[in-house]
Design a protein around this ligand. Structure first.
Ligand code: UD1
Ligand code: F6R
Length: 371
């Protein structure tokens, strides 16, 4: 049921304030002044000891689910104290990459039925790793075959392009980082700030959704582009990959997400007055590096669209060149949840304006059950 919306993708983008609330319901505890703020993940409570003692945590998934894990990686590394690595399921299988008994392998999948992820799960089970699932589908193959896990509870996702599952996956993995981190005194202030940030996140998503018309206007300008690059780094490297994935899969426009730190090692050669580039430059520890990336792209006459924190237009884009997308600022590790929303809206409007099928892009299936 699409309600008042024209497409499922549109509905699912706009229901993110609610889906995020459902994801967090009963799992975040903010006590009174003397009670600590904590996270409760019922499905994992008997396994945290094993997870904390593991040699590494390896996240495995495909497409958007992989990108969600990439978005959460920095906070998982910061709070868990365990090395965190990432694997695309098919690549792990192609290489028969190492998975050990001392590993915690986390399988991220909206559908819970993706063949590559499921095969990687069987491979990790054979190798004796603790296998954890993060899925949206109760009773799915991945939910059943993993030793334990967390349901993201985002509600059914119908549009082939994953939107609300992505933001809920990031939130679950941020909660996972908090839970693995436990009650270490050294990170208490940071953990409390993240928990407060999580409580407020649905409101901030509601705020960023107000950019809908602005993104529609931007889509009108970009309708005939051949190509769109998206540059991000740090917490928002994943935002670049995921934004580009949305644009290519539904709007059928060539788009690549790039690590801004790699710009000088090749991509800069592409830049001239005909290339449109979105740069993610919201406030975090990478901001000054992104400012200099913006300067260099501007010097090569790239057509820039800069995503920055509210009130930051002048420092992000001095001289007013390029277009600016201002988004509400949240705790750095939660910023990817906010930053992806304008890009989801942009991909949606580009698709409608270009006359393509939004909910069922050609050649794609919602759940990829073949290898
Ligand atoms: C569970 C109930 C929820 C109830 C809550 C009350 C289910 C599905 N969930 O939620 O309805 O409101 O208790 O405390 O009945 N699991 C896997 N692999 C996965 C995902 C989950 O093995 O990929 C396992 C978990 O380890 C757990 C079970 O499935 O044993 C349910 O997981 P989840 O729904 O996340 O647990 P709760 O949030 O505790
Ligand atoms: C992108 C998209 C795909 C899926 C991928 C994994 O919008 O939908 O990239 O994310 O096929 O699917 P799940 O998460 O179901 O394993």
């Amino acid at each position: 049921n699409k309600g008042n919306y024209e497409h499922y993708m549109q509905k699912e983008i706009h229901e993110q304030p609610e889906s995020l609330k459902t994801t967090m319901r009963g799992r975040l505890i903010r006590g009174g002044s003397c009670k600590a703020k904590t996270v409760l993940l019922g499905g994992l409570k008997d396994h945290f000891k094993t997870i904390r003692r593991s040699r590494r945590i390896v996240f495995i998934g495909c497409g958007t689910s992989y990108n969600a894990a990439l978005a959460a990686r920095p906070i998982l590394e910061e709070l868990s104290g365990v090395p965190v690595t990432m694997e695309i399921a098919s690549d792990l299988l192609d290489r028969q990459g190492p998975i050990y008994r001392e590993d915690t392998a986390v399988f991220v999948s909206q559908s819970g039925e993706t063949a590559d992820t499921l095969n990687a799960l069987e491979y990790a089970l054979e190798n004796g790793a603790l296998c954890v699932g993060i899925t949206n589908t109760v009773g799915s193959a991945i939910a059943r075959r993993t030793h334990c896990g967390v349901h993201i509870n985002a509600g059914a996702e119908i549009g082939v392009a994953s939107t609300k599952a992505y933001t809920s996956q990031i939130v679950v993995m941020a909660m996972l980082a908090l839970a693995i981190g436990g009650d270490a005194i050294s990170s208490q202030t940071r953990r409390e700030a993240i928990i407060d940030g999580l409580f407020d996140l649905p409101n901030k998503v509601r705020e960023v959704l107000k950019l809908d018309q602005e993104m529609k206007d931007l889509a009108k300008l970009l309708i005939a582009e051949q190509s769109l690059l998206v540059f991000g780094r740090g917490y928002n490297y994943a935002t670049a990959l995921e934004g580009a994935l949305k644009v290519k899969e539904v709007a059928l426009m060539h788009s690549e997400g790039m690590l801004a730190g790699e710009m000088k090692h090749g991509p800069l050669a592409l830049v001239d007055e005909n290339l449109t580039i979105i740069v993610i430059a919201t406030r975090d520890s990478c901001f000054s590096k992104q400012q200099s990336v913006i300067q260099q792209l501007h010097a090569r006459k790239g057509r820039l669209i800069v995503m920055c924190s509210k009130g930051d237009a002048v420092s992000a884009c001095p001289g007013g060149f390029g277009r600016v997308i201002e988004v509400p600022q949240v705790e750095d590790c939660l910023q990817p949840v906010i930053n992806i929303v304008p890009l989801q809206l942009l991909a949606y409007h580009l698709t409608v304006l270009r006359g393509y099928n939004v909910d069922q892009p050609r050649n794609l299936a919602k759940s990829v059950t073949t290898q």
